[in-house]
Design a protein around this ligand. Structure first.
Ligand SMILES: C[S@@+](CC[C@H](N)C(=O)[O-])C[C@H]1O[C@@H](n2cnc3c(N)ncnc32)[C@H](O)[C@@H]1O
Length: 352
């Protein structure tokens, strides 16, 4: 709050402008976050974090010997990881901090965030964005590298873990339909992780995966073959804007991809047409902050990082309520939502 006098604006106690000393730590915390991020990324890539999970108490010298790395460099990494609270002292050596193994290494955990480090370091996020700053040149998934697609699949993993079955269980009626057996479609299935999870979690169901990127479909096909599920899952390479299923589905899911559709209304029409009457469409996505306050939260700031990639494929993450509006204007009923984490929400509706 400010008061206005003849001499100008006088900040009151409540609205006093922050001092330099109060502002500087906020800027410095950005540098500290960057250092922590790079430290974790190096630790994940080299296997040092995995080694400390497997062999707590290892010293920097033990780690250097095990990985044939430079002893002095490993000691520098250990100190930075200690500073970032990723590791703790354990006798003469180190161990991972509490829950760090779950958060950074356990790909089966709903809390896994280890994949995001690789995604944010990939050239597809900040590097290419800055190169194309002046031209605004856009790209599509087939312009990205196989490493990028693998990294994104790693980020999508905990979203699928939370969605299947826990998230779907929270959509009234869906668990019963899936247990009884029905056809379920994963639209924008990517490299097929969700297809495997759907087919194994719901053995009475048939599954169809649709994606517009041929490389992702190829990866999904290989993944399904590896786990012996090829006969239970059909794959279709098609833009969702042109999607046609040969048989209607009872449940259609979309995991962290709905915001990417170039024509979200056409896609929603196609999903509606692909559903049996009474069928459900479940959108699982990042809920982009719709206030400055939530934008400035830690999850909000991470999501603004993801927007650098999204911009290059000509979209942006959407506020969750945008999906309420979308489903409403396409005639879906029984619309509801569930917040699974600060960075993951479901929005669902039924075809009448
Ligand atoms: C962020 S990835 C997510 C993949 C997968 N659902 C997961 O969670 O791992 C987005 C996927 O959506 C696909 N995609 C985006 N827009 C699409 C569209 N309009 N039609 C078909 N596929 C699309 C991309 O090819 C990519 O595989």
């Amino acid at each position: 709050m400010t008061l206005t006098s003849q001499t100008g604006t006088i900040p009151t106690q409540a609205g006093a402008a922050p001092t330099l000393a109060e502002t500087a730590p906020k800027v410095l915390s950005l540098l500290a976050g960057y250092v922590g991020h790079r430290t974790v990324s190096i630790g994940l890539r080299t296997g040092l974090i995995r080694a400390l999970a497997d062999r707590p108490g290892s010293t920097a010298d033990d780690l250097a010997d095990a990985f044939d790395l430079d002893h002095f460099y490993v000691s520098v990494w250990c100190r930075a990881a200690l500073a970032a609270s990723v590791i703790e002292r354990d006798g003469a050596g180190y161990r991972l901090g509490d829950h760090i193994a779950t958060l950074l290494l356990d790909t089966t955990s709903p809390a896994f965030v280890g994949g995001v480090f690789g995604v944010l370091e990939a050239p597809e996020v900040f590097g290419r964005f800055e190169e194309a700053f002046a031209t605004g040149e856009r790209m599509w998934w087939d312009d990205t590298s196989p490493e990028w697609i693998a990294a994104v699949s790693g980020t999508g993993t905990p979203f699928y873990t939370r969605l299947i079955p826990g998230g779907l269980d929270r959509v009234p009626g869906v668990a019963e339909a899936l247990a009884a057996g029905c056809r379920i479609a994963d639209t924008a299935c990517g490299a097929g992780l969700g297809l495997v999870r759907l087919a194994t979690t719901y053995p009475a169901c048939t599954v169809v995966g649709v994606d517009g990127d041929q490389h992702s479909i190829d990866r999904a096909r290989a993944r399904l073959a590896d786990v012996g599920l090829s006969d239970r899952v059909e794959l279709i390479c098609s833009a969702l804007e042109d999607m046609e299923l040969d048989a209607p589905a009872r449940v259609v899911v979309n995991n962290i991809s709905m915001h990417e559709c170039r024509d979200i209304d056409r896609v929603t029409d196609n999903v509606f047409a692909a559903l049996e009457p009474g069928g459900w469409f479940v959108i699982s996505d990042f809920p982009f902050p719709d206030t400055d306050e939530t934008l400035r939260s830690v999850p909000g700031r991470i999501m603004t990082g993801i927007q650098f990639f999204e911009a290059q494929i000509d979209d942006q993450l959407l506020p969750r309520t945008a999906y309420d509006d979308l489903l409403t204007r396409h005639g879906f009923t029984d619309i509801g939502s569930v917040q699974l984490t600060p960075m993951h929400a479901l929005t669902y509706g039924r075809r009448p």
